[in-house]
Design a protein. Structure first.
Length: 100
């Protein structure tokens, strides 16, 4: 998995590439933790290059959503493939999270 941060206008974009699974989820969690200290920001997970997400990856995403929204920030998932989107739909996460 590769993680890249970009700042575009008022958005902090976190580009996630590859597989988000048991091995890589802790890495993503560590990379995004500094964002939790900020408030009133908009964080976008760009998932255009995300190939796979496991339950460990879902847990990191849900934690990010909870931590950011608790501080008044916005959290958005963008560019989910059909396969990855189906995981969010099956788990009910698509009803909780903002997906563009």
């Amino acid at each position: 998995m590769k993680v890249e941060f970009n700042k575009v206008n008022e958005e902090t974009i976190v580009v996630i590439e590859g597989r988000l699974d048991t091995v890589t989820a802790p890495e993503l969690d560590k990379e995004i933790r500094p964002l939790y200290a900020e408030s009133g920001i908009k964080v976008v997970f760009d998932c255009n290059a995300l190939e796979y997400v496991s339950s460990s990856g879902l847990r990191v995403i849900l934690t990010a959503h909870k931590m950011l929204t608790a501080k008044g920030s916005k959290f958005v998932l963008r560019g989910l493939s059909t396969e990855v989107r189906s995981v969010f739909d099956l788990t009910g996460f698509s009803r909780i999270l903002t997906i563009e």
